[in-house]
Ligand binder design. Structure first.
Ligand SMILES: [Fe+2]
Length: 199
């Protein structure tokens, strides 16, 4: 069994190698359906290194915390491109239908995250299909693709984007209560999980 430091070093190397491959995939295939599916497959390969992502390293919020999930940053380029996060959830977590304005990939590691996909209609959205993301599976989206996520934790999933979440301030979501499209505020409060930057 690897030491804690050994796991951290091996994880850093494995993540850097995967993100290098993902940069190359995007350069070679572009932001295309084929390209994002190849990125998804590379992240499934990374998440298969289960010994590198022990759940204790990515704790979900405590039961008395008002938050039900934490995002841990595993990778992000200096220009904020190619960001990888681990989302640790407990209890119920869900989002309304939304786009990302960049490509997005979700890959399972522990637990399950139901992804519902939608088509944009004149008066909102219509669900087209679903995919239950669990260990060994994932989904890949182009910038305009619409999905919602539904988790009944505990769960740990990987989320990867072409641009860091703090920079995604034009993501649209459909509010079914108000019957209109709105903008998500960009996400803050991400926990640093890169070696040497952990706080
Ligand atoms: Fe999303």
């Amino acid at each position: 069994m690897m030491s804690t430091d050994g796991v951290s070093t091996a994880r850093t190397e494995a993540v850097e190698t995967a993100m290098g491959d993902i940069r190359r995939i995007e350069a070679d295939l572009g932001v295309t359906r084929t390209g994002v599916m190849a990125i998804r497959d590379r992240l499934i390969e990374l998440s298969g290194r289960r010994e590198l992502f022990p759940l204790d390293d990515f704790p979900a919020p405590a039961p008395d915390d008002s938050q039900t999930s934490f995002m841990y940053r595993l990778a992000q380029d200096a220009d904020d491109r190619f960001a990888l996060y681990a989302q640790a959830s407990r209890g119920h977590v869900e989002t309304p239908p939304h786009n990302h304005t960049t490509w997005a990939v979700v890959v399972g590691h522990a637990g399950a995250e139901l992804n519902k996909f939608y088509d944009r209609t004149d008066d909102g959205v219509a669900e087209s299909h679903q995919h239950l993301v669990e260990a060994g599976t994932g989904v890949a989206m182009l910038p305009d693709d619409l999905h919602s996520i539904h988790i009944d934790g505990p769960a740990l999933n990987f989320h990867c984007y072409g641009l860091a979440l703090e920079r995604l301030d034009r993501r649209e979501y459909y509010s079914s209560t108000d019957g209109e499209w709105k903008l998500f505020s960009s996400i803050s409060g991400i926990r640093e999980a890169r070696a040497g930057l952990r706080c």
